[in-house]
Design a protein around this ligand. Structure first.
Ligand SMILES: *[C@@H]1O[C@H](CO)[C@@H](O)[C@H](O)[C@H]1NC(C)=O
Ligand SMILES: *[C@@H]1O[C@H](CO)[C@@H](O)[C@H](O)[C@H]1NC(C)=O
Ligand SMILES: *[C@@H]1O[C@H](CO)[C@@H](O)[C@H](O)[C@H]1NC(C)=O
Ligand SMILES: *[C@@H]1O[C@H](CO)[C@@H](O)[C@H](O)[C@H]1NC(C)=O
Ligand SMILES: *[C@@H]1O[C@H](CO)[C@@H](O)[C@H](O)[C@H]1NC(C)=O
Ligand SMILES: *[C@@H]1O[C@H](CO)[C@@H](O)[C@H](O)[C@H]1NC(C)=O
Ligand SMILES: *[C@@H]1O[C@H](CO)[C@@H](O)[C@H](O)[C@H]1NC(C)=O
Ligand SMILES: *[C@@H]1O[C@H](CO)[C@@H](O)[C@H](O)[C@H]1NC(C)=O
Ligand SMILES: *[C@@H]1O[C@H](CO)[C@@H](O)[C@H](O)[C@H]1NC(C)=O
Ligand SMILES: *[C@@H]1O[C@H](CO)[C@@H](O)[C@H](O)[C@H]1NC(C)=O
Ligand SMILES: *[C@@H]1O[C@H](CO)[C@@H](O)[C@H](O)[C@H]1NC(C)=O
Ligand SMILES: *[C@@H]1O[C@H](CO)[C@@H](O)[C@H](O)[C@H]1NC(C)=O
Ligand SMILES: [Cu+2]
Length: 567
């Protein structure tokens, strides 16, 4: 329903010395229709109308093969404007279809439609799509499954079957009202009322036992779970009772298999996980619980689904529940995340950039803005804010891409700095001099082909927390992470330049740092932000603009017809 497929053969005539060679590669073009509309849902015995794609929560899965292309026509029948982002799809030269509101396009208004051209390149595994306007992604999201090219196989034995599993958050109230309310008071938004797996909170949430998502498995078979953390504000642990799980990919790039009893996944991340049904046929809970270490309010519940063996057996009166780490157990989180390595090996080396030409050091902070007469709902009557290099991002009302492409003035500045304005003991006892950010719409221009290293330095300003930083338009090598202050001499010594994972979202540890590298080979306007929605709304965002290279092949494509109009 709502999707069709056609095949194209793309041929290049290449000349190699005296021989001419014809290269052909086949790829498929897929067409999807997304109708955005309000739909009633009942969870936790509460019924509400919510904004969805095709009336589904989670929304439809997009299925492609590596290197394919998808045209997705999004028609908005809702009450307010919205955009869609294809999270982790690099979209070579095509920022026009990337989606973040007022960064690469203005919203698709009610009654209007826009067709996204989603261009896949080297991604393979699981990604996802989501609304990129205010908090509408809470209900507007779905998975993207990218299979190997025809004739190619997974780098692990073919699983018997596959299942998308989406972790999300259910709010009893209207999500738009909730964030509008928090924005008007300046206080913390109300946390969600439950997490959900494939749209169902499951045991032990109220009114949820009977509707748990159930995944039927056959004894002896191995399954591939494609797990997406579409949650809004919390990193999560996930595990399956009495079953080990083996993680084989993250963010649509394969990794060396990690066998574990639990994982930690941040909002924005995706993981491909093998599980073998090798226990006594029965019911087993798969569950997720928050990993959150901050004084901010958060959703303290757990969500579960049921791994249900097929066959005849006595249904257990007590279903085994997985043991997941404590909510603040960062050693447990690190124990998993520090094991993640790309598939690179001596036989199959991966080029990790070594000759850095552009270094950007970014402090990542939660801040406050002073309100007259302490009239706001945050600490000390202040307004909660957040920043990168002490600049709290202000969303413009004309998109940055259009302004850049057409050289429109007064939309954004090009002076996002390489360093924070003050040097201090970032993770120590910080005073108030860094509590208050400056405001601005600042982008960092990068030359085509630059070898970029970005160090994200978490700070103890305001409220120290983990920050899952996400960059559009690229996947990057995570070359290092650590606690405390980053130091160019001591921290770079700990880098992994052999087999670092290649990802699009990285959890910067609380009061720690993370270093990433990438080659700026994708011209465009690319949003970079914390994937905790609270922080993104408060200004923990900036824009990287990769300039055109010397040729058409290295330049931004012309804009599509019918881009939504800003107003
Ligand atoms: C949604 O639910 C509300 C009340 O809960 C009801 O008034 C409304 O008619 C429902 N809408 C649809 C489309 O079912
Ligand atoms: C479950 O419902 C009861 C009664 O309405 C309520 O008191 C309780 O807080 C709810 N529990 C959760 C976890 O929502
Ligand atoms: C849900 O399941 C749990 C565990 O089996 C049980 O304790 C609880 O009473 C059930 N709740 C309902 C409403 O059936
Ligand atoms: C899980 O893996 C550990 C370590 O390899 C192993 O000791 C344990 O027996 C495994 N458990 C199951 C249920 O397979
Ligand atoms: C988690 O750890 C904290 C601090 O050690 C402790 O206070 C809390 O009770 C623990 N929570 C659970 C659910 O075990
Ligand atoms: C990491 O997990 C392994 C296997 O569960 C355990 O043996 C080890 O002690 C853990 N390490 C830390 C630092 O928690
Ligand atoms: C490293 O980059 C610099 C600046 O672009 C360049 O001059 C130098 O030749 C490069 N070195 C290597 C080994 O690529
Ligand atoms: C984006 O710009 C439009 C005007 O073009 C404005 O109505 C909307 O509020 C802006 N969005 C955000 C998140 O600022
Ligand atoms: C920075 O702060 C940390 C935590 O308070 C402290 O342990 C460390 O000594 C401080 N470093 C310096 C250079 O003052
Ligand atoms: C920092 O600012 C807060 C108000 O935002 C105030 O309560 C506190 O006393 C200040 N601390 C210092 C050390 O100035
Ligand atoms: C690394 O260097 C930085 C900057 O000099 C320093 O603040 C930090 O404490 C050092 N870290 C370690 C682990 O030595
Ligand atoms: C979609 O938008 C285009 C203009 O952007 C318009 O011509 C077309 O009629 C619209 N289609 C629908 C089904 O509304
Ligand atoms: Cu954050």
């Amino acid at each position: 329903m709502g999707s069709t497929k056609t095949s194209l053969i793309l041929c290049f005539l290449g000349f190699l010395f005296l021989d001419s060679l014809l290269f052909c590669s086949a790829y498929n073009v897929h067409h999807y229709s997304f109708l955005l509309r309000e739909t009633n849902f009942t969870r936790l015995c509460t019924t509400k109308s919510m904004f969805t794609v095709n009336g589904q929560w989670p929304g439809p899965t997009i299925h492609v093969r590596k290197g394919d292309k998808a045209f997705v026509n999004v028609h908005n029948n809702g009450d307010y404007g919205v955009t869609i982002h294809w999270h982790g799809v690099k979209q070579p030269k095509n920022p026009w279809s990337d989606g973040p509101e007022n960064i690469t396009q203005c919203p698709i208004k009610p009654g209007k439609n826009f067709t996204y051209e989603v261009i896949f390149s080297d991604e393979e595994g699981t990604l996802w799509w989501h609304a990129h306007s205010d908090w509408s992604r809470a209900t507007i999201h779905g998975a993207i499954v990218i299979l190997p090219e025809i004739g190619k196989t997974y780098p692990f034995p073919k699983p018997y079957a596959e299942q998308v599993l989406i972790l999300a958050e259910w709010f009893n109230g209207d999500v738009k009202e909730l964030i509008d309310e928090a924005t008007s008071t300046g206080g913390d938004p109300t946390p969600s009322n439950a997490y959900a797996l494939n749209g169902q909170p499951g045991f032990p949430n109220n009114c949820s036992n009977e509707t748990s998502f159930r995944f039927p498995v056959q004894y002896g078979k191995t399954y591939l779970l494609r797990l997406v953390n579409a949650g809004m504000n919390e990193e999560m642990f996930f595990g399956i009772a009495k079953h080990n799980i083996t993680v084989v990919a993250q963010d649509a790039a394969y990794i060396k298999p990690i066998t574990t009893s639990y994982i930690m996944i941040t909002p924005g991340q995706t993981m491909d996980i093998l599980v073998t049904a090798n226990q006594a046929p029965s019911y087993y809970y798969m569950a997720a619980s928050p990993f959150f270490d901050s004084s901010a309010p958060y959703d303290t519940t757990n969500t579960s689904a049921i791994l249900q063996y097929t066959g005849t057996y006595t249904i257990p009166t007590t279903i085994p529940y997985p043991t997941l780490p404590n909510v603040t157990d960062k050693a447990a989180a690190d124990n998993f995340t520090t094991r993640i390595r790309s598939l690179a090996s001596a036989e199959h080396p991966v080029y990790v950039p070594k000759n850095v030409t552009t270094r950007i050091f970014i402090t990542v902070s939660v801040n406050q803005i002073v309100c007259a007469n302490a009239s706001c709902g945050g600490p000390s009557g202040n307004r909660l804010s957040a920043s990168l290099n002490n600049i709290s991002f202000v969303t413009p009302s004309t998109d940055v891409l259009q302004a850049y492409y057409k050289s429109l003035p007064n939309v954004f500045d090009k002076d996002f700095p390489n360093l924070p304005p003050y040097k201090f003991n970032f993770t120590g006892d910080v005073g108030n001099n860094t509590l208050y950010p400056s405001l601005g719409t600042k982008a960092r221009l990068i030359n085509y082909g630059d070898v970029v290293e970005i160090v994200y330095q978490g700070t103890n300003v305001g409220n120290a927390e983990n920050h899952p930083m996400h960059l559009h338009g690229f996947s990057f090598f995570l070359v290092g992470t650590g606690y405390g202050n980053f130091g160019l001499t001591n921290s770079t010594k700990t880098y992994n330049l052999i087999d670092p994972p290649e990802v699009n979202t990285i959890g910067v540890p609380k009061n720690g740092w993370a270093a990433i590298r990438f080659v700026a080979n994708n011209p465009g306007v690319w949003f970079m932000h914390c994937h905790l929605e609270r922080h993104a709304s408060w200004g923990m965002d900036t824009v990287l603009i990769v300039k055109n290279g010397p040729t058409e092949e290295t330049s931004i494509r012309p804009p599509p017809a019918n881009l939504p109009i800003c107003s």
